[in-house]
Design a protein around this ligand. Sequence first.
Ligand SMILES: *Cc1c(COP(=O)(O)O)cnc(C)c1O
Length: 396
Amino acid sequence: MSLSQEWIARADRVIMKTYGRYPIVPVRGQGCELWDADGRRYLDFLAGVAVNNLGHCHPKVVAALQQQAANLIHCSNYYHVPSQIELAELLCSLCFADQAFFCNSGAEANEAAIKLARKFSREKYGAERYEIITAADSFHGRTMATVSATGQEKVQRFFDPLLHGFKHVPFNDLEALRATVGPQTCAVLLEPIQGEGGINVPSVDYMRGVRQLCDERQLLLIFDEVQTGLGRTGKLFAHEHFDIAPDIMTLAKALAGGAPIGTMLARAEVAAAFTPGTHGSTFGGNPLMTTAALAAVRAILEEGLLERAQAMGSYLQERLASLQRFPCVREVRGIGLMVGLNLTIPGAEIVNQGHARGVLLNCTHDTVLRFVPPLVVTREQIDEMIGILERILAEI
Ligand SMILES: *Cc1c(COP(=O)(O)O)cnc(C)c1O
């Protein structure tokens, strides 16, 4: 038995089966590369599902974690945390928001957004106004409220009754949204580009129309930028592509260069609805993670990674478009380094073949290969991945 096989046998006994895990045991990472327990190298085009935007073990994130770990790891939100304050200042200086709440994951950030939207709306407009409209094929997390918000039956199945007060409408369909808004509606929650739903990019007209509709009907617009945020699409935040801003935004995945953190950002008027005792998190915004996040966000800005995501994103999309000569390849879609290759067949076998040949690929929504590599990916690495993909497609 190889070392990887030994780990897998042990996992089988003690790890709950919530994931359909591949038989790979990564133990070390550097940039866009991972090595498994048996020393096999993989080129990583999943990047921890859009988490490792800076690549694995970015030296500035590693140094921040090491230094802060030796200084203070946790102290409680009963006290003030300098790195949390600095991170909030930095993030607010980079977007529409005035204030931040910190937590530990994307789902928690969306939970906070849902609670804030409800509390703000009930106090301003009355208790009947609590409903949140989200999109079909959306993904907002795995907690009960975010499962209820998610527009995918496969995520909701088995967990009835769901939280009351969510309605789902088709994405990129302004009329459907307009028709669903009622006196009970308090907010619209959308991913600016759907990730798990298959890399769905809405039209500029739709996104601007949503903003306008929210203004007309006095609804909060919440953007879930957990996957799209922090340079993934070539802008720091994906909503910048549409020249609009939300009232509330959630971030997580790439925020701390691989370390777990989430945040919910809002305009001051909305943020004011969270008063002492109304929401909280033991670990949220702790010194260790916020120090890592400060290093990660600064690195994204200082190392030109937005420009890099644009340039490498165009190159990746161009190379993927050349695969349309294969009959099972339908279309390429995406922005920056958030790219989907839509297939006419399920992508699972291509992913397995990729693993066997040393490249970590991902398939979402059954038939969409999703490419979300580190933003530090090189042309040569894209070429290497495309070469492997070409050989797989030629054999299929
Ligand atoms: C990953 C993801 C989440 C959930 O984040 P967790 O950290 O897994 O809770 C929520 N929304 C979007 C858009 C995501 O991609």
